[in-house]
Design a protein around this ligand. Structure first.
Ligand SMILES: NC(=O)c1ccc[n+]([C@@H]2O[C@H](COP(=O)([O-])OP(=O)(O)OC[C@H]3O[C@@H](n4cnc5c(N)ncnc54)[C@H](OP(=O)(O)O)[C@@H]3O)[C@@H](O)[C@H]2O)c1
Length: 255
């Protein structure tokens, strides 16, 4: 299980301590991958500060480079390396921006042992063909794509290719950026899923994504330590079979 940082760690000043607590709790409950980007305002800095306090060594940092300008890209990378103690476990090209040039930069950092793995991300279905070309180039170890019970487009082509190539998959937007949560099904609709250890609709949605064996990690964002705990519990087996996955899709598509 991972933690997304979009919006939720984009804070300054007095709010920072409270968001450090989300990161502390995440590490405590076994959430180890933290996804960020220079696009997320203060999030990389706030995450770096929290990890320095609570256990950089226990974390897998997955951040991104996000610009078409070479000098700005260099600066983004230097800044992030400073936040994260001189190394980033997974460096991703955000939205495939200037992907060829950015992959070249990240490969150099990999040779210097500052970056362990390289990835590419895109949120839009229309970019999947380009993303798949990058996957086929052999230059990335991971892809990050949108995947939730109401948006299963990746299951058609991107995930089969990732499986064939042996690439890791990080599932973004698992709760539909909160949209799927706001209008939860009635408790009686969740009853058939209780034997899978789920207590809440958010856990159902997260377990749905993790029940796809092609997914390596899911990265729900939360600003609440309690929800980080709740979300982490969805990472425990047993996982849904095909029948339950179809059932959850039907529930989600009505939201
Ligand atoms: N590469 C890309 O192009 C891209 C694009 C989008 C996202 N991402 C990554 O994917 C991550 C996740 O996507 P996302 O942030 O858009 O949305 P998301 O994780 O699908 O949903 C986050 C929302 O769900 C709420 N939430 C979380 N856990 C909850 C729970 N247990 N119960 C009720 N509400 C809950 C959060 O509110 P509270 O804070 O109130 O808990 C927040 O508003 C991002 O943070 C980012 O790291 C990447």
């Amino acid at each position: 299980m991972g933690l997304g940082t979009y919006q939720v760690l984009d804070v300054r000043g007095r709010e920072e301590e409270a968001r450090h607590e989300v990161v502390r709790t995440a590490l405590e409950v076994g959430i180890t991958l933290f996804d960020s980007s220079p696009m997320y305002g203060e999030a990389e800095r706030v995450l770096g500060d929290a990890l320095r306090k609570y256990g950089r060594d226990r974390a897998t940092v997955a951040t991104k480079v996000w610009t078409s300008d070479d000098r700005a890209a260099q600066l983004q990378i230097e800044t992030a390396l400073n936040f994260f103690g001189g190394r980033v476990e997974l460096y991703q090209v955000h939205n495939l921006i200037a992907v060829e040039k950015r992959l070249g930069m990240l490969e150099e950092l990999q040779n210097e042992d500052k970056v362990r793995s390289i990835g590419a991300t895109h949120y839009s279905h229309s970019a999947f063909p380009s993303l798949m070309n990058v996957m086929l180039s052999g230059r990335v170890d991971f892809v990050q794509v949108p995947y939730n019970a109401a948006d299963v487009a990746v299951a058609e082509e991107v995930l089969p290719l990732a499986e064939e190539l042996g690439l890791g998959v990080i599932a973004m937007i698992p709760l539909g950026s909160g949209r799927l949560i706001r209008n939860a099904p009635a408790d009686k609709d969740l009853e058939p899923l209780k034997e899978f250890g789920i207590e809440t609709w958010a856990q159902v949605l997260l377990k749905f994504v993790l029940s796809d064996e092609r997914v390596s990690c899911v990265i729900p964002a939360t600003s609440s330590p309690g929800r980080a705990r709740e979300n982490a519990r969805a990472g425990e087996p047993p996982f849904f079979g095909e029948e339950e996955q179809e059932y959850v899709k039907r529930l989600a598509q009505r939201r």
